[in-house]
Design a protein around this ligand. Sequence first.
Ligand SMILES: Cc1cc2nc3c(=O)[nH]c(=O)nc-3n(C[C@H](O)[C@H](O)[C@H](O)COP(=O)(O)OP(=O)(O)OC[C@H]3O[C@@H](n4cnc5c(N)ncnc54)[C@H](O)[C@@H]3O)c2cc1C
Length: 308
Amino acid sequence: MVYDLIVVGGGPAGITAGIYAARQKLNALLITKNFGGQMARKAVAIENYPGFEKISGLELIQKFKSHLKKQKIDIEEATVSKIKKIGGIFSVSTGNKKQFKSKTVIISSGSDPRPLEVPGEKKFIGKGVSYCTACDAPFYVGKDVAVIGGGNAGFEAAIALSSWSKKIYILEHNSKIRADEIIQEKVKATGKIEIITDAVLKKIQGENFVNSLIYQDNKLKKNKTLKIEGVFVEIGSQPATSFVKGLVDFNEKDEIVVNPKTGETKTKGLFAAGDVSDIIYKQIVIAAGEGAKTVFSISNYLQKNGWD
Ligand SMILES: Cc1cc2nc3c(=O)[nH]c(=O)nc-3n(C[C@H](O)[C@H](O)[C@H](O)COP(=O)(O)OP(=O)(O)OC[C@H]3O[C@@H](n4cnc5c(N)ncnc54)[C@H](O)[C@@H]3O)c2cc1C
């Protein structure tokens, strides 16, 4: 069977594309590693999605997912490992060794947390190193922990951790904090969070679990040790695109270059939407809008190619 459309990703862009595809009566399949994407990592409530003054990331995901599941669309929970175009048709392979064929594809695979790439990081994943404060904070009741990254995400993670942990350090490698003023005030109000600037993480250490980290104090030019039992990584994201190399162009941030009006990539029939694309602003409402827009482009594309 050849689908009209395969959507890759179950975040705001992919789920919205799925809903719109069903409403356009496209014969569509949505393949995703998991539902929710980055919303699942949101440590504090979402306060800027219209219709919901304040809602947790997990709750919003459930609402998106249940809306999608009411539509006429096939769903496969799997990781896409490769996309090829053969004779005008896309072949999409998944980690569970299946292959699906489609006339068009939307890549809406968003982004993954950027790793620290310091010794000890990989060894202690799940044993003190976490990329998801919203998921893991409750495991650190009464403990001292560190958040790496002094942007909004790092500050929000520290605020969320302050409900559970005894003391939270935020390590920022620059001399200036990048988080918004309003979030900085919330951090101060907890009375539990210490911000360390000019701090370059060198190593995470422990035995079975993390027990400390070493950072270089760039002002004093010497290494210091912090005794902590958890390291929460909040240094940004990287686009999830390994499966589509060769078919698309990337910008300097490794985002997929698209025509901003249509979401088309350089390969005919292959589109991208949401955070994975080079659309400048990265927000839930924008990703959802991009997903919807791209499905309209695809409907036009299918009609123009006599595929409707
Ligand atoms: C900590 C944090 C806080 C944020 N706070 C806010 C906020 O308050 N308000 C706001 O509007 N935005 C916020 N954002 C940004 C917002 O979450 C993103 O802009 C939005 O989630 C992008 O949606 P997306 O669908 O493009 O990608 P994602 O949400 O990244 O979803 C990508 C999807 O693709 C799937 N996927 C990835 N690779 C594959 C593969 N190979 N095969 C199959 N599936 C795959 C993933 O499992 C996931 O389901 C925040 C982001 C972070 C990280």
